[in-house]
Write a protein that binds this ligand. Sequence first.
Ligand SMILES: [Zn+2]
Length: 187
Amino acid sequence: MKVRKDVVDELLEYNREFVKNERYKEFKTTKYPDRKIAILTCMDTRLTNLLPAALGLKNGEVKMIKNAGGIISDPFGSSIKSLLVGIYELGVEEIMVIGHTDCGAQHICEEVMEKEMLERGIPERTIELLKGELDFHGWLSGFDSVEGSVINTVKAIREHPLVPKDVDVSRFLIDSHTGELTILDRS
Ligand SMILES: [Zn+2]
């Protein structure tokens, strides 16, 4: 635990200097995305700075929604809610769903994660109870291909009963190494 605390302490120390030196000034913007775009993509660490840099995006230009795999796992979950807030409250007119090469979420395995949960002290009974409540396996499993996953995600957004038809939803694939963006389908 000590090591983890040191890492957070380092961040806190940096933060104090950042504010003290008014470094925030270069990031000044509003809550409204200037380019009227929302991007749904993966939380992969390689994309944190690479994706905005490769697309020439600056602070304040897009709404960036991220999760493991960049997917819509629940039609009334937080990712779709974020997109709806972007559309209705913040002026989003176009949604880009961006999958990426070598996505770690593709290969996650429910059985393996369940074993790790048990080893980390989650009671077996809790897992069994949840299996009765939801599609535990489907929820915690990966997907066959990134392209297929992005198709499903775009479909879930386009066909969502609360997403207006005038919002464009397109799908892309970004190279996790070079940042090259490939158009898979653009409406
Ligand atoms: Zn990923």
